[in-house]
Design a protein around this ligand. Structure first.
Ligand code: ZN
Ligand code: ZN
Length: 389
């Protein structure tokens, strides 16, 4: 019997508005869009932020047995969650069919999401109108408390505390459960309870972490967002296995998100900061969540031969120091062969010996672990890092 496996991919992780600032490239600047492929091949898309465009350009019809389907859940109608819709190219092909789910907004009334489509694409806001969108589209209204099956998966919706309302979605698949709780602020007893129900025992809890705990307590109170600390408290309270910090503030640089992640990891065992291109496999052998980051080094790569000393923290949280040789180097990063398995999204101190005018000199670099693959060298891992300064 094969083990059911689900794949969760992050296409957009930024909150409020897209960023193209170089200081935010490592985590990514596209607004919310998350994809879950269930073991039965059903494709779920959570939110239609600008990340949806990339998903569309890599589009392949959902695989799996029988009749694969795509179900798209929109949490609410703020710009950052709908802006990718007109740029999702599969919507323009008549062979495609999509099932959309969202709530009836009191500001829009019946068929709220359908109206959003029409308004977004009304002239003069977009060069073509809705008649160009040829894919079959079915719209279903959902509200907090609803629960229903889609093939072998179970969907549950719950209200979250956010201006003009927002739904959180929980998807239970045979490979594990994902709870998606973007855009929510703690502090409303009833809605806090609703969030706890949504997140109960989830394998992956994706939670709003836009603000620091200090901002949340002062200047950003009432803005409808949460912090890493609230995410950790929630994950502990409901016994969630892995917490993913999501909806990064547009003003948070990569360095700031690194620091948020570091603090969260001091308080909770399994935490990642959502990063564009990151995928998490659920239900894989060993029942461990496996996270992968995309290859981010696009610069020219050079084969090299630099002796290096690498210090870092292992997957299990232990400090290590190891001598190695760096053989693959670019201006942005390197692929380093290590016996130790560092933690994904952790920092490595890389001290390389480079030739200088007076013989060898050492160069100190700070690397951030973006991927871990098996190495051609026995007993080693190929660790991809980007240099952060
Ligand atoms: Zn948002
Ligand atoms: Zn919002």
């Amino acid at each position: 019997m094969t083990v059911p496996v689900a794949r969760l991919s992050f296409w957009g992780v930024r909150g409020s508005t897209p960023t193209v600032d170089p200081a935010t490239w490592r985590y990514g600047g596209n607004t919310p869009c998350v994809e879950l492929i269930a073991p039965d091949g059903t494709q779920f898309i959570l939110d239609c932020g600008t990340g949806l465009r990339m998903l569309g350009s890599r589009w392949a019809a959902p695989n799996g047995g029988g009749t694969p389907e795509t179900h798209i859940f929109v949490t609410h109608y703020h710009w950052d969650h709908i802006q990718g819709i007109p740029f999702f190219s599969p919507l323009y092909a008549d062979k495609n069919e999509f099932h959309f789910y969202s709530f009836r907004s009191k500001f829009l009334g019946r068929d709220s999401l359908k109206q959003v489509f029409e308004t977004q694409m009304a002239l003069p806001y977009f060069p073509v109108d809705l008649s160009a969108m040829n894919a079959k589209r079915k719209f279903q209204e959902v509200e907090g408390g609803d629960s229903f099956p889609i093939r072998e998966n179970k969907i549950t919706a719950r209200w979250l505390n956010h201006p003009q309302g927002c739904l959180g979605f929980r998807i239970e698949t045979p490979a594990g459960t994902v709870a998606y709780a973007t855009d929510n602020e703690p502090g409303d007893a009833k809605l806090d309870e609703s969030l706890q129900e949504l997140a109960a025992g989830a394998d992956i809890l994706i939670n709003d972490a836009q603000f620091t705990p200090e901002q949340l307590a002062t200047t950003r109170r009432g803005w409808g967002h949460s912090s890493w600390l609230e995410g950790v408290r929630l994950a502990r309270a409901v016994d969630a296995k892995t917490l993913v910090l999501f909806h990064h503030d547009p003003d948070s640089t990569d360095r700031m998100v690194d620091s948020i992640l570091r603090q969260a990891r001091e308080e909770f065992d399994s935490v990642f900061a959502a990063s564009e291109g990151m995928t998490i496999t659920l239900g894989a052998a060993g029942d461990r969540v496996q996270a992968h980051m995309p290859v981010t080094r696009t610069a020219l790569r050079r084969e090299a031969q630099f002796r290096a000393r690498v210090c870092g923290v292992t997957e299990g949280g232990k400090q290590f120091e190891e001598e190695t040789v760096v053989r693959d180097l670019s201006l942005q990063g390197a692929l380093i062969s290590l016996q130790n398995m560092p933690r994904l999204q952790s920092e490595l101190q890389v001290t390389m010996e480079t030739p200088g005018p007076n013989g060898l000199q050492s160069m100190e670099l700070r690397g951030y672990v973006v991927r871990i693959d098996s190495s051609t060298e026995k007993g080693h891992s190929a660790v991809g890092v980007v240099f952060t300064d």
